[in-house]
Write a protein that binds this ligand. Structure first.
Ligand code: C2E
Ligand code: CA
Ligand code: CA
Length: 798
């Protein structure tokens, strides 16, 4: 049940809303989001690190530029000092103190290694003193550039000479940059020109030396110090390759942007060249621009390696993640497949359960209702009546169970067809419904048989009116049954509760018996159950009803009674006598059911069964190698009214592969009544086949020997009433003797039946009787015992 409930819960829909597709999309989106986030974070951190590195590089470069610029300013200042001293000395010179100038300036020059040499010039640019004399090739361009430079008077300040390095390359003086200081005017001059200098000190600044001081400074890979003149012309550079000095003072590309005293930019040194970071520094007292640079590729070089690792790692991670997502999608797809399959299976199961439930409901309805009339069926009727009777016990009302059967319904069915029969049954059911109250229980018990439990009557006599009304109404013609108008009468039997039975079974049986009484009394009427009719009638009625089924169900058995030849006690034949092994009553003898079987017609099927059983028995004995004796079977007049009887008999004989002589047939005189011709012709046919015929119970009927002499009869069976009377009545003895004699005359054999005593046997033998049959010799016995008798072949009276 639990399982059923579980299954009934709809599972075809997904337990969540998003669905499989949504889930896959969400999975992909989540993976992409995570990946994007990771990459973005990595990128941010790399960017931050780059920025950080740039900042620290900028700081480093700025301080480097500051230090170099400061040092350079100090050198320039020292030059200034020398210029002051030179001014003094020049004044002294004017006073004739030549040697002193040289000494003082040389001392100062030695103190500052950055200055390689000096040249002191008077206001007319005539050399006054020098650390060593300028060569002619040196002096000419120098003087030219000096003159050019001096066109802009700028007293006291050091200035760079532009054409300092037009000298031949490779000369160590290349590293020397001429710095010129204007000396103050000499006091001796009466009216010096405004702005005119007293002289000039030319100091050769050894940039090689100066920059070499920084050679060992840890600047970082890719770093360089550039010394530029105020116009941005390149003077010297200390870079990774060491010291370099350009021939011309070409301004470096980004210098235009290097305004102000300090600053930093990122730019390419040469247009289209690698980008570097530049920090610059200028000081007011120095004519130099100091620039510290570092190539960005060096700035970011180490980080780039790290970044590459990070990107590689991220790439691998992303690949793995995509693989994982791919795997997950596959798993999801697989799950979806399973889920779909499960849903389908569940839906099928669901449908199956529904179908089963529908079928169960249908089956229950079918089990409770008669499909043709819609009335209750037997099973339901029994259940309902049982529960009503339980209530009826405590009630003061009267209850009656009514059995109702349509007279000659079978004929209607046979002649007009089942369909008309069915319509008639429906019409009858309809009338029953109209005539009875809704509290009454109506059922069709099968065939044309209906049953009704009439409930809650105030008096038993109420039943009279009801039953009469039923008989009357149901007997009215039924119109429109496929164009037929039919009239049937009901036979009704009524049993009262609790008088005629305490339970449904007994009430049914008694109502049925009463109905049967109605039929016997002439049909189209109702009868109350009469308990005084006794159990016999109920039993015989039951037997009569059950016989057809018993034949089909093989409840019949044959017993065999031997016929013994009197002169030598040899067994000449057996008479087959039918018995009914009844499941309820035990072994029943034919006296109890043959007569009614003849009335109902069941005798035909019964007789046929007997015929076959006889054939089978003979065949069995033959198969055992026994020499069979004829088995005589009894036939009823009803059987002989069938013109195909002989034909069927022949068929059975042929079917079992036996001889006609293995059988004989016993008829009674009543067989020879109307239609006599038909009976005679059947007898002739049977006899012609080779089956001998005996006339049974001779002496009890109407015939005399003269009447039977022309009949196709081989044997006379003397009725046992004669045999019984042989000794007590001499008249009977005479009759027996004369019958035997006359029969012999007519070439008939005589068999005496019902021999119970030795005396009878002796008398019969003496009288010339051919064979005897009776309890004295043997009772009818089962097939096995009969087989032993046959094997013995002789049967001597005990
Ligand atoms: P039936 O043909 O006259 O059969 C002889 C009956 O007498 C048998 O009774 C048998 O058991 C009985 N009987 C035999 N010896 C003695 C004896 O010494 N004393 C007395 N009192 N009775 C003896 P059963 O078997 O009850 O048969 C009764 C009748 O039923 C038969 O009379 C026969 O008419 C009829 N019958 C039996 N079997 C069949 C059958 O297969 N078909 C037909 N149509 N009728 C049968
Ligand atoms: Ca018989
Ligand atoms: Ca008999």
């Amino acid at each position: 049940m639990f399982l059923l409930l579980r299954l009934r819960r709809p599972v075809s829909a997904m337990p969540w809303r998003m669905g499989w597709r949504g889930m896959r999309l969400a999975c992909i989106a989540a993976a992409l989001l995570v990946l994007g986030l990771v990459w973005w974070l990595a990128w941010q951190s790399v960017k931050a690190e780059r920025a950080q590195q740039q900042i620290s590089t900028a700081q480093q470069q700025a301080s480097l530029a500051a230090v170099v610029a400061e040092n350079l300013a100090q050198v320039v200042n020292k030059g200034q000092l020398m210029a002051l001293a030179a001014g003094d000395a020049l004044a002294g010179h004017a006073r004739g103190q030549q040697a002193d100038i040289h000494r003082r300036l040389s001392t100062m020059l030695v103190a500052e290694h950055s200055f390689a040499r000096y040249v002191l010039l008077d206001a007319a640019l005539q050399p006054v003193d020098s650390s060593y004399a300028l060569s002619a090739s040196e002096s000419a361009p120098l003087m030219a550039s000096l003159r050019m430079s001096l066109q802009v008077p700028e007293q006291g300040h050091a200035r760079l000479l532009p054409a300092a390095r037009s000298a031949a390359s490779g000369h160590p003086d290349l590293w020397q940059i001429p710095l010129v200081y204007a000396l103050r005017p000499l006091e001796s001059e009466a009216s010096p020109r405004a702005g005119a200098a007293g002289g000039y000190l030319l100091l050769m600044l050894d940039l090689g030396y100066f920059l070499n001081l920084y050679r060992d400074v840890e600047m970082g890979a890719g770093s360089a110090i550039h010394l530029l003149d105020a116009q941005g012309g390149a003077l010297a550079e200390l870079g990774p390759q060491g010291l370099t000095m350009p021939f011309s003072r070409e301004p470096v590309a980004p210098v235009a942007r290097m305004t102000g005293n300090r600053g930093a930019i990122v730019a390419a040194l040469q247009p289209g060249g690698p980008v570097s970071h530049f920090s610059w520094r200028r000081s007011a007292s120095s004519p130099f621009l100091v620039v510290a640079s570092r190539g960005l590729e060096w700035v970011h070089g180490p980080q780039r390696e790290d970044s590459r690792k990070v990107w590689t790692l991220l790439g691998v991670l992303s690949f793995c993640m995509l693989l994982a997502v791919g795997g997950m999608l596959r798993v999801l797809r697989h799950q979806e497949g399973l889920f779909t399959a499960l849903s389908v299976a569940n839906r099928d199961k669901h449908m199956l359960i529904d179908q089963l439930e529908q079928e169960k409901a249908k089956a229950l309805e079918l089990a409770a209702n008669d499909h043709l009339t819609g009335l209750h069926n037997r099973r339901m009727f029994n259940e309902l009546v049982a529960s009503h009777l339980a209530l009826a016990r405590r009630s003061r009302k009267f209850y009656a169970l009514m059995y109702l059967d349509l007279d000659r319904f079978k004929a209607i069915n046979d002649t007009l067809g089942h369909h008309v029969g069915d319509l008639l049954l429906q019409a009858v059911a309809q009338r029953l419904r109209q005539l009875l109250r809704s509290s009454d229980i109506i059922a069709r018990m099968g065939g044309d048989e209906f049953a009704v439990l009439v409930t809650g009557m105030d008096a038993m006599t109420d039943m009279d009116a009801l039953a009469a009304k039923l008989v009357d109404c149901l007997s009215q013609p039924y119109e429109g049954l496929e164009g037929h108008s039919l009239q049937v009468s009901p036979s009704i039997g009524v049993a009262f509760f609790p008088r005629d039975g305490h339970d449904v079974t007994l009430l049914c049986r008694n109502a049925d018996a009463a109905m049967y009484a109605s039929k016997r009394a002439g049909r189209g009427r109702f009868t109350y159950y009469d308990a005084t009719a006794g159990a016999d009638s109920a039993r015989s009625y039951a037997l009569e009803r059950q016989l057809p089924r018993a034949v089909a169900d093989q409840q019949l058995v044959l017993h065999f009674q031997p016929k013994v030849r009197l002169h030598d006690c040899r067994i000449m034949g057996f008479e087959a006598l039918v018995r009914w092994q009844h499941p309820e009553y035990g072994l029943i003898y034919p006296g109890e059911f043959i007569a009614s079987a003849e009335t109902t017609g069941a005798i035909r099927a019964l007789g046929d069964w007997v015929l076959q059983a006889c054939c089978r028995q003979v065949a069995a004995w033959r198969a055992l190698g026994l020499e069979p004796v004829p088995i005589a079977f009894n036939v009823s007049p009803v059987q002989l009214r069938d013109s195909a009887f002989a034909e069927r008999l022949a068929a059975h004989i042929a079917q079992h592969g036996i001889e006609a002589a293995d059988l004989s047939m016993e008829i009674t005189e009543s067989c020879l009544l109307e239609p006599r011709e038909l009976a005679l012709s059947v007898l002739e046919q049977v006899r012609a086949m080779g089956v001998s015929i005996g006339l049974d119970d001779f002496g009890t009927g109407f015939s005399s020997l003269s009447q039977i002499k022309d009949l196709p009869i081989d044997t006379l069976k003397l009725d046992r009433s004669f045999v019984n009377d042989i000794r007590s009545s001499s008249e009977a003895g005479v009759i027996v003797t004369s019958v035997i004699t006359l029969a012999h005359n007519l070439k008939m054999r005589v068999v005496a039946e019902g021999v119970e005593l030795m005396d009878q046997l002796v008398y019969l033998k003496t009288a010339g009787c051919d064979e005897a049959q009776g309890y004295f010799l043997s009772r009818p016995v089962g097939a096995k015992a009969a087989q032993e008798l046959l094997r013995a072949a002789y049967l001597y009276p005990a």
